[in-house]
Design a binder for this molecule. Sequence first.
Ligand SMILES: [Mg+2]
Length: 85
Amino acid sequence: MLLAADANGSYRLEEARQLLADTDDLALQCIEQPCAPEAVAEHAALVATGGTPICLDETITSLATARDAVERRACAVGWRSRSGG
Ligand SMILES: [Mg+2]
């Protein structure tokens, strides 16, 4: 069974880092929108740390914001196997 979580932008960066560390062994499919919608750099920092994939929701309000998020590597969602692949 694949599980994902939606944080609805509830965490500051350091809190989100802790959330990712605390939930890493759950092998979540992704954590959606850990930080505030405008926190693109923070999401990019989370993606750069690896582990649970990050996806965005509230940040993406247009094609331009989607392109910006992808270009800044602020989201990275793929299928994650239970073995962490
Ligand atoms: Mg959402």
